[in-house]
Design a protein around this ligand. Structure first.
Ligand code: COA
Ligand code: MG
Length: 300
């Protein structure tokens, strides 16, 4: 999954509109974009969309961002939205693997109650929203097989630390950069996708493109979005390019020519097992997002 578009749960017009957006995933938000007075209405609107998702052909996946486990709202959110069988749940203010295990057990109860296949509801955690959460980024491994992704963000983190800004002349500040890197490592260690933070300047699509390319370069596989216009830019940047696919195919081929060799070469560059692993990973993503690509011959 490349693009994750937030849609405020208490804005039915945006919810309906988002269904036709290019995003791979919509995050129907019950948390911070919702007016506290509208929490119940947001649950109902999210459920309505879940129940009517077939109104458009090939709809995006529908995840729901519930309220944090430290609020009194999370269980009520799950009670309502799990009846609509969401494609996944987004947990804000996650503090570490224990929160994922806790949420997992709460989801499991609802899956059983509503005849939803066991363990079929994945979880994406927003994992850098407080100073304490930063210290939990190494605790996600083995928390739950449901854990599909870790996303990072700076707004709540800055509010927690008192940072005056998290960007200077377009570049992340040191603390923001640290949160970004630790999220990436925490996700990889847990076998989950690393998801890049929102790009708040939603009219600046060139800036968004640059930030996506940097994130994809570093190992992130997708990015959060706040505006439908951002989804195509994100999709493009996180889809392996034709050039990258060709190069990865040649790496795989170079190894296949040398049987089980641990090391080989291509165009005068040494290749060893990590290069093969990276090439296979890229081809797997290309098969998902570039179904037209002629990849059959490299799948064996
Ligand atoms: N989902 C669905 N539709 C959206 C949307 C979103 N996230 N953001 C904008 N739109 C719609 C608007 O309703 C508008 O529809 P219309 O043409 O039918 O009137 C159209 O896209 C163009 O919107 P635009 O005028 O460019 O932006 P805006 O000023 O209406 O909205 C935001 C700007 C930031 C308020 C809006 O994009 C938004 O609510 N984003 C989500 C914020 C969020 O969820 N934050 C929490 C996580 S960080
Ligand atoms: Mg937040």
């Amino acid at each position: 999954m490349r693009s994750f578009l937030f849609v405020p749960g208490d804005q039915p017009d945006k919810l309906a509109k988002a269904l036709s957006s290019a995003a791979d995933v919509l995050i129907l938000d019950l948390e911070d974009s919702v007016n506290p007075l509208n929490k119940e209405a947001a649950r109902r609107s999210a459920l309505d969309l879940l129940q009517n998702r077939d109104a458009v052909p090939d709809p995006p996946l529908l995840y729901v961002r519930i309220n944090g486990l430290d609020t009194s709202l999370a269980d009520g959110d799950l009670d309502v939205v799990m009846t609509g069988v969401p494609d996944g749940v987004v947990l804000p203010k996650a503090r570490g693997g224990n929160d994922i295990a806790l949420l997992s057990s709460r989801i499991a109860v609802r899956e059983a109650l509503h005849n939803i296949p066991e363990s079929s509801t994945p979880i994406i955690a927003i994992a850098t929203e407080s100073a304490a959460a930063i210290f939990g980024l190494g605790t996600y491994m083995d928390s739950s097989p449901r854990l599909a992704g870790l996303a990072w963000g700076v707004e709540d983190l800055s509010a927690d630390t008192g940072a005056q800004t998290c960007r200077v002349e377009g570049e992340w500040t040191g603390p923001a950069e640290l949160a970004r890197g630790l999220c990436l490592f925490g996700a990889a260690a847990a076998g989950a996708d690393a998801i890049d933070c929102v790009y708040a300047d939603f009219r600046d699509l060139d800036g968004l493109k640059r930030e996506c390319e940097t994130a994809a370069r570093d190992g992130f596989t997708g990015k959060l979005a706040i505006h439908p216009d951002q989804a195509p830019v994100i999709n493009e940047a996180f889809t392996p390019s034709e050039e990258a696919v060709t190069r990865a195919e040649r790496v795989v081929e170079a190894f296949s020519l040398f049987g089980d060799a641990g090391v080989t070469s291509l165009d005068g560059q040494m290749l060893d097992r990590p290069h093969l692993k990276a090439a296979e990973r890229l081809l797997a993503r290309a098969r998902r997002w570039r179904p037209q690509a002629p990849l059959d011959e490299v799948q064996s």
